[in-house]
Design a protein around this ligand. Structure first.
Ligand SMILES: Cc1cc2nc3c(=O)[nH]c(=O)nc-3n(C[C@H](O)[C@H](O)[C@H](O)COP(=O)(O)OP(=O)(O)OC[C@H]3O[C@@H](n4cnc5c(N)ncnc54)[C@H](O)[C@@H]3O)c2cc1C
Length: 776
């Protein structure tokens, strides 16, 4: 025994000496690890490097730490609209919503009507983000989001039309990178709507891999407006360009080459952006694509030998070759605003409309929302909408506080557009035929059709999930990995070893801390984890605290053992990204509930949202371990993380039942969940009729209960509905007003369940079809 203790003691002392004596550690451990690291570290292209440097980190870095500082999230002031922003939403945006007739837009005109175009331009809806000194509205990200969300609940075509000039496009690029002359030249016209902008990056050969665009601009001398000018001659072939067919100002991305070195020493400056008036000779535009029946202006743009002065490059000479960086930096925030707003608008519309529909539509003698299968779908609609809105609001609060969370913007885009897809799919199931038959009576059909557009644009979702979220998240947010990368790339061998050694020493301590925390929390069900507040909400914070150390440990070991191959193993990377994303979304759920003053009526929504987040995090972990190539490590991780078995079970049937009820009946929780979308009580609108029918159904059903009870007790004969009503009034079982209310509710119900039919299905304007037939 003494010998054993002595041996262990010597071993421990040796290890401690190696670990704590710097030079020894460097030569025995760090040098060897550095060689290994260099072998496995993934090569990073210039575009990847630029993407990585764009934007910053925020709460994602806290989650990666395995020990999030909850006060940083909880103390973030909620985003609030200014009085001017609120007035704009209640005034011009409300008015625009009333002007929009989505059926006419999507079926008959295949465009916004001229008066809507004029209204959008006149009211400066294209200038939401342009500062007031240039004539724009200078609104906050929250106002921008609320405007797009409200419009999306009325017409996706209008929402996309307004959204695009306010997200990644000429105005944003000018504000960030333009020269003062360029800003003064273009921003007033963009703000007043005199100019219609588009941004053209994508082409037939460059979609997701946009940086590989074959569109080339060659620096050369030419003649512009009769004067010899140093310029760029560009050939380009772009497609899918939103507002392209009607744009007056094109933001164009192309690869700049300078074979004669007229601009400097570099013959290949690379991706460059320029602002080009659409009437510049050589530009062909006007043709349109038809994106799944959502007829916002979108089409190809072709340029042949288009000569532009070099001053048209955004940022002038300083902007040459900086195009990719500009795009990545602009995308790193904008991606988290517009499409998440559109997605949440769709979700809120479904929660409000389909919830009410399920209450009004009766089958087998009961509202369909009473059936358990429909309840499950309704609970998902309500719960996911709550998750979406929470993440949207918290992300906007972070932007408003001056954060620039690049990876979280990708998380928002991916998670909210996927949730939009799931919510609308559930809504379509509940609506049955009434969701399928298009027409003015169906407010959801076009929202359904638009889903793949939201999924594809601003970073297609498969790519975003598999490549961006964890790939960029790990490098940006991990407290040590980026420094290890930088150290390994340091050309000075002595400095490289010193830097790497320091980073590795910190990394090992970090790993051990997370391992111990994970074990402790796994054994106690997270009961010893941080709990920033008491009560049921505090218990949820504890679970997230626990799971964040689980995530940090798994992410670390995956990176350590798989190294650069993790980039190719997209499925594993996607699952790690899902865990990160869902932890963020779940944290937003809790924060949002607190920001709303913790209304008790919303507790079931929050419980559903959390149960759903937690089970999805657990599923992602299980799938990660099941497919992890190092089998022994995967088994070990599972035992360390969840030593007493899988802890989460997802929402129960009873919880689903309670959550479904929240959108089946009028009430404060329903109003809070769907706040900010277009609402109406106008019987000529489908969304107005359903509100009237829901209000009427609540009272009418109470009367019907009295009648049914009377029939059961033999006090009333089981006649047809109208005779029964008459006799019930005569027998003084109900009042004449009650009977009138039941009749009115029935009429409204009939109006709601009615679907459109047509004598002639062909739209009045068939210009687009005729043209494409002619082209074929
Ligand atoms: C309606 C609409 C409007 C648009 N508006 C504009 C605009 O205004 N300006 C503009 O420049 N562009 C615009 N786009 C282009 C849009 O950004 C691209 O469609 C998008 O980048 C995807 O390119 P792609 O369609 O060629 O698909 P592809 O690049 O061919 O991708 C197809 C699929 O492969 C996946 N994929 C590709 N590479 C990987 C990978 N490495 N790992 C995993 N999955 C991968 C993608 O996620 C996608 O699911 C618009 C597109 C549409 C449809």
């Amino acid at each position: 025994m003494t010998i054993l203790l002595a041996t262990l003691g010597t071993l421990a002392a040796g290890l401690a000496a190696v670990a704590f004596i710097g030079p020894l550690r460097r030569s025995l451990i760090a040098r060897h690890l550095l060689e290994q690291f260099r072998r496995v570290m993934p090569a990073m292209s210039r575009t990847e490097q630029e993407a990585l440097e764009a934007g910053g980190t925020w709460w994602d870095a806290e989650l990666f730490s395995g020990r999030p500082d909850w006060s940083r999230l909880r103390n973030l002031p909620p985003a609030r609209l200014s009085p001017a922003e609120q007035a704009f939403l209640d005034g011009p945006v409300e008015q625009l919503c009333r002007m929009l007739d989505d059926w006419r837009i999507t079926h008959e005109d295949m465009d916004l009507p001229a008066e809507v175009w004029s209204f959008i331009r006149r009211e400066r809806l294209f200038g939401l983000v342009i500062p007031t000194r240039y004539g724009g509205l200078g609104f906050s990200p929250l106002a921008h989001s609320e405007i797009v969300m409200k419009l999306a609940s009325r017409s996706i075509t209008a929402a996309v039309t307004v959204m695009v000039p306010n997200s990644l496009g000429p105005a944003e690029l000018l504000l960030r990178y333009g020269t003062q002359t360029q800003r003064d030249r273009w921003l007033p016209g963009l703000a007043s709507g005199e100019e219609i902008p588009c941004f053209a990056l994508t082409g037939p050969k460059a979609g997701s891999d946009a940086a590989s665009t074959p569109d080339i601009g060659v620096v050369c001398r030419g003649v512009f407006k009769g004067r010899p000018t140093l310029g760029v001659r560009i050939d380009f072939d772009k497609r899918y360009i939103t507002l392209g067919p009607v744009a007056t100002l094109i933001g164009l991305a192309f690869r700049l080459t300078d074979p004669d070195r007229l601009l400097g020493d570099d013959p290949q400056p690379g991706l460059t952006l320029a602002l080009i008036p659409a009437d510049t000779p050589g530009i062909e535009r006007g043709r349109r694509h038809l994106p799944l029946g959502i007829p916002f202006q979108n089409g190809p743009l072709v340029g042949r030998s288009v000569f532009i002065p070099v001053d048209w490059v955004i940022g002038g000479r300083d902007g040459i070759g900086k195009g990719w960086r500009m795009l990545m930096e602009s995308l790193s925030e904008g991606r988290g605003i517009s499409l998440p707003a559109l997605a949440t608008g769709g979700g809120k519309l479904a929660a409000r409309y389909t919830g009410a529909y399920a209450r009004i539509r009766r089958q087998f003698g009961r509202p369909i929302g009473d059936f358990e299968g429909v309840e499950a779908a309704l609970a998902r609609i309500a719960g996911r909408t709550h998750q979406m809105d929470a993440a949207r609001r918290v992300f906007l609060a972070a932007l408003q506080a001056g954060e620039h969370p690049a990876v979280l913007s990708a998380v928002l885009k991916y998670q909210l557009t996927e949730a939009y897809r799931q919510v609308i799919n559930d809504a379509m199931d509940v609506q049955g035929g009434s969701g399928i038959c298009l027409g003015p009576a169906n407010p959801l059909g076009r929202v359904y059709q638009a889903i793949p557009i939201a999924i594809t644009v601003e970073g297609a979702n498969i790519l975003t999930r598999n490549l961006i979220v964890f790939g960029q998240g790990a490098l940006r947010c991990h407290p040590h990995v980026l420094e290890e990368f930088r150290a390994a790339g340091d050309p000075d061998p002595v400095r490289a070893l010193e830097r790497f050694d320091a980073a590795i020493a910190g990394h090992v301590g970090f790993l051990i801390r997370n391992l111990l925390r994970t074990l402790r929390d796994g054994l106690t069900g997270g009961r010893l984890a941080a709990r920033p507040i008491e009560g049921w909400l505090g218990r949820h914070y504890q679970r997230l605290d626990w799971l964040s150390s689980v995530f940090a440990l798994n992410a670390d070991l995956a990176m350590m053992t798989l190294g650069g191959s993790l980039k190719r193993r997209e499925r594993l990377s996607a699952r790690l990204g899902d865990i990160l994303s869902l932890l963020f979304m779940a944290a937003c759920t809790l924060k949002h509930h607190e920001d709303q003053g913790r209304p008790e009526a919303d507790r079931d929504l929050v419980e559903w949202a959390m149960a759903d987040h937690l089970i999805r995090i657990q599923d992602a972990l299980v799938a990660l371990w099941r497919n992890f190539p190092r089998r022994g490590l995967a088994r070990g991780l599972r035992r360390v993380c969840f030593p007493t078995g899988l802890p989460f079970e997802g929402p129960s049937d009873a919880l689903e039942h309670r959550v479904a009820r929240l959108i089946l009946e009028p009430g404060a929780a329903r109003d809070r969940l769907t706040a900010g979308i277009f609402e109406s009580r106008d019987p000529s609108l489908a969304v107005g009729r359903i509100e009237l029918a829901l209000a009427a159904a609540t009272h009418a059903d109470e009367v019907q209960d009295v009648l049914r009870a009377a029939v059961r007790q033999g006090r009333l004969a089981d006649h047809d509905a109208s005779t029964r009503l008459r006799e019930a009034v005569a027998a003084r079982l109900i009042t004449a007003e009650d009977a009138a209310a039941v009749r009115e509710a029935e009429q409204l119900r009939d109006a709601v369940i009615g679907v459109d039919s047509f004598v002639e299905l062909r739209p009045r304007q068939r210009r687009i079809q005729d043209e494409s037939r002619a082209a074929a």
